[in-house]
Write a protein that binds this ligand. Structure first.
Ligand code: UTP
Length: 287
């Protein structure tokens, strides 16, 4: 299989749950303490040896491209002042990494966003998809883990984790075949099932490695009742071909598309810093 070297970042959503912040700031630029979600996602891709980043954007998301631009004037100033730590913070993306920005046109769903990357992916190529609002902490790059299984199995891969019953109806849920280590073949996938209809408690999270043929399935996928094209519906085509494996998430994930997940992610990262931890514990003890 050709080396997997491209990652698609769909950042064209409206982020309505984070209004009014998302009137002018893309959701993916909201920070965990001081680093935007999209930068964590890009770092995960680079750890997986990805060298081409494809952002699917909406009209108001120029700030994402600005975030990854070099800032020569500020860089020179910090150099003169010998502020090495600040210099490191300015370098958000090595210039050796190719970045491509493709407008989605209209926010017609995640599947529609991924479809916009078609011209960038060759016929025999697999590519990663990373949703920055699924924030993952852990020792390994989840994308690297998915690429490993995809390469070994010559199949598409998705990341899954066990989801509590009360939240199962917000997820795509898989019917797993027998697990071999951390992965399994997927027998079926159901978008947002009721608890009774859910084939397991393994929910799909925002990391995928997909083949070029996903674009054919996306083009055949009907819009849902909200006029959106869902990626999960197209992935069902890969399941029918026995071409999908699920990989258990090894890290800890926070759904930063929701207020609770975003707050917990910030708290989790803050608690790793001794000074912040002390302040938080003191505060919590007093509320
Ligand atoms: P969400 O389902 O979280 O939608 O998208 P959203 O619009 O960003 O947020 P809410 O629900 O209105 O608050 C999951 C991912 O898919 C991208 C989003 O940017 C996010 O990374 N997406 C979604 C697109 O790129 N285009 C779309 O049309 C929809």
């Amino acid at each position: 299989m050709k080396k997997i070297s491209k990652a698609v970042f769909p950042v064209g959503g409206m982020g309505t749950r984070f209004l009014p912040a998302t009137k002018s700031i893309p959701k993916e630029l909201l920070p965990i303490i001081d680093k935007p979600l999209i930068q964590y996602a890009v770092e995960e891709a680079i750890m997986a040896d990805i060298d081409t980043l494809i952002f699917i954007t909406s009209a108001s998301k120029h700030a994402i491209s600005d975030h990854f631009d070099p800032m020569p004037d500020l860089r020179e100033k910090f150099m003169r002042q010998n502020k090495i730590q600040l210099l490191e913070k300015l370098d958000t993306l090595p210039l050796s990494i190719t970045r491509v920005f493709i407008p989605q046109g209209q926010p017609l769903g995640l599947g529609h966003a991924v479809l916009q990357a078609e011209a960038m992916i060759e016929e025999d190529e697999y590519f990663a998809v990373i949703l920055a609002d699924d924030f993952i902490v852990g020792d390994n790059s989840t994308t690297a883990e998915l690429i490993q299984v995809a390469t070994d199995q010559r199949a598409a891969t998705i990341s899954v984790e066990q989801v509590p019953e009360k939240r199962i109806s917000s997820y795509g849920v898989i019917a797993p075949d027998t697990w071999t280590g951390n992965f399994c073949q997927v027998k079926s996938i159901v978008e947002k099932p009721s608890v009774a209809d859910a084939p397991s408690d393994f929910g799909v999270i925002g990391r995928y490695v997909l083949p070029h043929k996903i674009f054919d399935y996306l083009k055949q996928t009907q819009e849902d009742k909200n006029n959106e094209i869902q990626l999960t519906d197209a992935i069902q085509g890969l399941v029918d071909e026995n071409l999908l494996r699920a990989v258990k998430l090894s890290g800890q994930r926070f759904d930063c598309g929701s207020h609770a997940g975003f707050v917990l992610a910030n708290l989790h990262v803050a608690m790793q810093n001794e000074e912040l931890k002390e302040t938080i514990v003191e505060h919590v003890n007093n509320v």
